[in-house]
Design a protein around this ligand. Structure first.
Ligand SMILES: N=CN[C@@H](CCC(=O)O)C(=O)O
Ligand SMILES: [Zn+2]
Length: 440
């Protein structure tokens, strides 16, 4: 029970309370992922109270105990939310999304089903290049509306924090435009999802350009301008991460490192690594001091060892939609966890992988990558928040943390991953920083 509390909202009578972490740890590595903290004694029901002014959790535990502590400390319970037959659990954290673009690529889905590879389409001027052209044609208003409807959908599926990347601009001005749209959304008090904005500085090499020369331009001109806008004018102050697509046919490890290092330590590194081939991407991410490396289908043993080495190593963010869609081998998820990596999860929402539901991602991580449900839970809460450097604030339910939680209409939390494709109706209520954003 925290002391400086006045008016609180009390969510009570839940059949389970899922904290994930209860001792302040900010990531779960390796075998620790098997043991998220869950309370669900038969005959006991559970509550969570949050301060309405700060949006932070002030107490949680069995309902009777929480109510008597609130009364003893003189708190006024202003709002009561009945969670009977529901589970209180942390909001889902989506550690990797590309939500600002126009023009779908459903035609490419058909091409891939007929056997075309991702890189065949990319090299022929489709893929990211197609989306860059469509995005350039769209107005700011159209892009803002598309972004906002995607964020609303994420929220309906229970996401309370998402990493959101630019990357469909490629030129400096076009990237600045996309970053501004993301920062405007992040600053909107009505935005239903907390956003952590990433400057995806090297998503593709513009047609006709040489990758080394493009990387040099991004490192020496684009990155300094984004950093200046962020610091001096404050226009892009919500930008927290930098990303590159380290891949054969895009940027190699040296070119990627050059861009990342131009932004560090102002921005945290967050890298597309070893997705379609082993490019030494994970190890490069470690050497560059990045906070997260995503994809990792082709990660090497040395990349896994580097990511498993300590509590500051990058979080290994796995993206089940992409591996499935592109018929890639599953990333060696078991090997990563058994080696001691902190594994996180992301939807990778983008025009290639059109999925906004983290419960579905958790299901796919279990079925396709061999995670247990406990590991998937840790991966899409505390570890995904760790990938964004925000796991001291969110990603678990603990006193003092943000009231970022969902009520799941189910007897046990495992239904989040078991009831595949049903997350919109399973998620009864979403609370983001103490703001109730979905009621049903
Ligand atoms: N791999 C690079 N970027 C995205 C795909 C972007 C696109 O195809 O538009 C990803 O993470 O999967
Ligand atoms: Zn991506």
């Amino acid at each position: 029970m925290s002391s400086s509390t006045n008016s609180v909202t009390l969510v009570h009578s839940a059949s389970q309370l899922v904290q994930v972490v209860a001792d302040g740890r900010t990531r779960l590595r390796g075998s620790e992922m098997r043991h998220p903290v869950v309370h669900g004694e038969p005959g006991i029901n559970y509550a969570l109270a949050f301060d309405m002014a700060s949006g932070r959790i002030v107490d949680l535990g069995p309902t009777a105990a929480v109510e008597s502590r609130l009364q003893a400390s003189g708190c006024t319970v202003q709002t009561r939310v009945d969670a009977t037959d529901c589970v209180i659990m942390p909001g889902f954290v989506d550690a990797h999304t590309h939500p600002v673009w126009a023009g779908d690529r459903v035609h490419e889905f058909a091409m891939k089903l007929a056997g075309a590879t991702y890189m065949d389409i990319h090299a022929a001027g489709g893929g990211i290049h197609f989306t860059v052209r469509e995005t350039a044609r769209a107005t700011d208003r159209e892009l803002a509306d598309l972004l906002s409807s995607r964020l609303a959908s994420m929220s309906r599926h229970g996401t309370t924090l998402a990493e959101v990347k630019s990357g469909y601009g490629l030129t400096l001005d076009a990237e600045l435009r996309l970053l501004q749209l993301l920062c405007d959304a992040a600053a909107d008090p009505l935005c239903p999802v907390r956003l952590s904005v990433t400057y995806l500085a090297g998503h593709a090499v513009p047609p006709g350009r040489d990758s080394a020369e493009f990387a040099a331009e991004v490192a020496s001109e684009h990155v300094p301008r984004v950093l200046a806008e962020r610091k001096i004018s404050g226009r892009l102050s919500a930008v927290r991460q930098i990303d590159v697509f380290c891949e054969r046919g895009v940027l190699n490890a040296a070119e990627s490192a050059r861009i990342l290092e131009a932004a560090l330590p102002d921005l945290r590194g967050n890298v597309h690594a070893d997705e379609l081939s082993d490019q030494d991407g994970a190890a490069m991410a470690c050497r560059s001091g990045a906070a997260a490396a995503s994809h990792l289908e082709f990660v090497s043993e040395s990349g896994i060892s580097a990511m498993a080495s300590n509590d500051c190593s990058p979080v290994a963010v796995l993206l089940p939609t992409t591996a499935r869609l592109l018929h890639l081998p599953a990333p060696p998820a078991r090997r990563m966890i058994d080696s001691g990596c902190a594994v996180g999860l992301g939807s990778d929402f983008n025009p290639n992988a059109h999925c906004l539901s983290m419960p579905l991602i958790g299901h796919m991580a279990c079925v396709d990558f061999g995670l247990s449900m406990e590991e998937a839970l840790a991966a899409c809460t505390i570890n995904a928040a760790a990938a964004l450097g925000l796991s001291d604030q969110t990603g678990s339910l603990e006193v003092g943390k943000l009231a970022d939680f969902v009520l799941l209409r189910a007897p046990r939390w495992e239904h989040a991953f078991y009831q595949v494709g049903d997350s919109d109706s399973l998620v009864k209520l979403v609370c983001c920083g103490g703001r109730l954003v979905k009621k049903g």
